[in-house]
Write a protein that binds this ligand. Structure first.
Ligand code: KG4
Ligand code: ZN
Length: 338
């Protein structure tokens, strides 16, 4: 181990994953431990915040210990600790923030506060070590849908965001309506592969005020109306066709806005991020659209798209080297914006 190497422990507890990772120099993952609470929440059809907080309390210590062990380090080797402080569920966020503050204080190492949405973007630096800003980025997760121009590390111009539901949220809601259960994204992704994306025509919403903004609540209502009218007419629903047609509408809108921005801003690089970035159809479409235009396309491997500690450690690294530190008064900010 050389002195100049920087080892950051990243902690993520904003929703239903208790995650910790050690990342070297911002881009090399030494460990990435993720305890997913999905099985706990499945029976309720979604994340129950109180239960999530309690699970984080149970798992945070073993998950962090395992991350340090798998990295082959001990806690004296850590240069700093990075933690998600928002946006997310307040109880779950507080578990990570309180733990990180106590850990930083006890170990005598600096604490760095990380915005969860920013963390998703930084997952791209881990799998693509040559990637440097500026680039355009589409962040699509369960809580967020943002189209941004990342001009430098930590610098973002927001081009558009969702006016209502996030892309992942619409996947989860539609999955519930067609009986696929939680979490909906991966289940619709799988179901859609056996369906015809052109079988049902669902709307592709445009937002009048901003050509880069998104809206998914109308699409969700259109799917619910379609299901209701089938039921009333006693027409059997083809689940794979509904999944494929819904997904085609989401992907069209996401890729459509993304490429409009790429054309107008003459982007040379485009990165995809967030849980929905693990979607097969979206990855394929974005890659094709970028290739057509000669734009370099980046997307993290699926395990780094959904919530994890490595992306938080990577984002923390860039904050750390720019001199930013959080104090022990750090608090969770559930509605933190990018
Ligand atoms: O980034 P993430 O793990 O958590 C948030 O920050 O929200 O994203 C979770 C979201 C969920 O809505 C989930 O259904 C969606 O990402 N998701 C997917 C896929 N895998 C996860 N959506 C579509 N296709 C997938 N393969
Ligand atoms: Zn996330």
């Amino acid at each position: 181990m050389e002195d100049k190497d920087i080892y950051i422990l990243g902690i993520e507890t904003s929703c239903d994953e208790t995650a910790a990772a050690v990342v070297k120099n911002g881009r090399e993952v030494l460990s990435n431990v993720i305890y997913s609470q999905i099985s706990t929440h499945t029976i309720y059809g979604g994340v129950v915040p109180e239960i999530a907080s309690r699970k984080h309390i149970e798992k945070i210590v073993p998950v962090v210990k395992e991350a340090i062990k798998q990295a082959g380090l001990n806690k004296n080797d850590l240069s700093a600790i990075g933690v998600t402080y928002g946006p997310g569920l307040v109880g779950p966020l507080l578990v990570g923030v309180s733990f990180a503050k106590a850990y930083a204080y006890a170990a005598g190492i600096p604490l760095v506060a990380v915005n969860h949405i920013e963390g998703h973007i930084y997952a791209n630096f881990i799998d693509n070590r040559e990637l440097e800003p500026p680039f355009l980025c589409l962040i699509v997760s369960g809580g967020h849908t943002h189209l941004v121009n990342m001009t430098d590390y930590g610098q973002y111009e927001i081009l558009g965001r969702t006016m209502d539901d996030a892309a992942g949220e619409s996947y989860d809601k539609v999955a519930r309506a067609i009986g696929l259960g939680y979490p909906g994204g991966p289940k619709i992704d799988r179901e859609a592969s056996g369906g015809d994306p052109e079988s049902i025509s669902f709307p592709r919403a445009k937002v009048a005020e901003n050509e880069y903004a998104f809206s998914f609540s109308g699409l969700k209502s259109a799917v619910l109306n379609y299901l209701n009218s089938c039921r009333m007419q006693k027409i059997e629903i083809n689940r794979a066709d509904v999944a494929a047609s819904f997904q085609a509408a989401v992907v069209d809108v996401l890729a459509g806005n993304a490429m409009k921005a790429a054309d107008e801003l003459k982007a040379k690089k485009f990165a995809l991020a967030g849980g929905v970035a693990s979607n097969t159809a979206l990855r394929k479409r974005m890659r094709e659209e970028c290739e057509k235009r000669g734009i370099d396309f980046f997307v993290p491997s699926p395990i780094l798209c959904t919530d994890n500690g490595a992306m938080i450690a990577s984002a923390a690294y860039y904050e750390f080297i720019s001199g930013k530190r959080a104090g022990l008064e750090l608090n969770a900010i559930p509605n933190l914006r990018l």
